[in-house]
Design a protein around this ligand. Structure first.
Ligand SMILES: Nc1nc2c(ncn2[C@@H]2O[C@H](COP(=O)(O)OP(=O)(O)OP(=O)(O)O)[C@@H](O)[C@H]2O)c(=O)[nH]1
Length: 301
């Protein structure tokens, strides 16, 4: 009998949710960078473990929402946890119980009793093992976790054990996705995320936070290659200059790096065309939200 179900990963921004998803799925699906709050969409990866298919909901970081976009992200994160069969809370070993973790623990009480919630203490490669025991105890005193795991998502320590445990907790039933499908995100969105990741890396400190990338057009060509047109939306004229760079240098190198990654992902040639547009109001435009897999209404609070 096969099993299948949803596992929601929750945790503070930067806790390692994307890294863990990628590790479990075994392919790069969600986007990992050193910048916080990179995951805007509810990206899922599908992992196989024996007869089980585990669908990971890689929720956006949970934090105190201020603007509309932030509120929509937090609503999406809690929505993901409430719909899931199993929830895993990721806590960073070296940071321990921060204010953000406290808030998530409070939020957990609200998603309903009888849910399976596991604790994964991540980045154990960064701390001494003695510290882990007291952190485990403190966290379990505050919430009745079904199980505690000590992992390093990056190094792969303890992640196999966690994956097996999760697989056993899922309900019996047919698989939710075809075997060869690793992400239910449309390719257009994955390609846009890849470009956004390259921009994030390249611009680093200069990065306009209010920036988004959308795939506008995707054309399959007869020779097997794909032509992909993407638009980078920024809020101000000044930001446009930053993204373009001196003599277009920045956008050129971003375009090259993104193209290479998309080609590797698709396993074929890609012609990538990037355009930068100024859209002062994109944060308030409903269409932008659905492109990111978020619900615009969730920001209305
Ligand atoms: N040392 C160490 N670093 C890790 C580990 N897991 C993740 N990281 C690093 O922590 C940073 C954040 O990881 P992400 O996976 O992007 O975190 P996230 O929770 O998805 O972040 P958001 O998308 O902002 O919510 C990255 O630089 C990772 O390389 C780990 O086990 N050990």
């Amino acid at each position: 009998m096969t099993r299948a179900g949803f596992v929601a990963l929750i945790g503070e921004p930067n806790a390692g949710k994307s890294t863990l998803t990628n590790r479990m799925v075994g392919a790069k699906v969600s986007i990992v960078t050193h910048k916080v709050q990179t995951t805007r969409a509810r990206i899922r990866g599908v992992a196989l473990e024996g007869d089980a298919q585990i669908v990971f909901v890689d929720t956006p970081g949970l934090f105190r929402p201020r603007r509309r976009l932030d509120r929509a992200m937090v609503a999406a994160a809690w929505g993901g946890a409430a719909d899931a069969d199993v929830t895993v809370l990721l806590v960073e070993a070296h940071r321990g119980i921060t204010e953000g973790v406290e808030r998530i623990l409070e939020g957990l009480e609200g998603i309903g009793k009888g849910r399976i919630v596991a604790l994964a203490i991540n980045k154990i490669d960064k701390v001494q093992s003695e510290k882990l025991l007291s952190l485990t105890k403190d966290l379990n005193d505050r919430y009745d976790f079904a199980e505690t795991f000590m992992i390093s998502a990056e190094k792969g320590h303890g992640t196999e054990h966690l994956k097996q445990w999760l697989a056993e907790r899922l309900p019996e039933g047919p698989w939710l996705y075809p075997e060869d499908q690793i992400a239910d995100l449309p390719m257009r969105m994955i390609a846009a995320e890849m470009t956004r990741e390259k921009l994030t890396i390249r611009l680093h400190q200069e990065l306009p936070y209010q920036m988004t990338v959308e795939t506008e057009n995707w054309e399959e060509r007869k020779d097997g290659s794909a032509r992909i047109d993407q638009i980078i939306y920024v809020m101000r004229d000044g930001h446009k200059g930053i993204v373009l760079g001196n003599k277009g240098e920045t956008i050129k190198s971003v375009s090259k790096a993104a193209r290479e990654e998309i080609e590797e992902f698709l396993g074929r040639r890609v012609h990538l065309f990037l355009q930068v547009k100024v859209r002062p109001n994109w944060l308030e435009e409903a269409e932008r939200y659905s492109e990111m897999g978020l619900n615009f209404k969730d920001g209305n609070k």
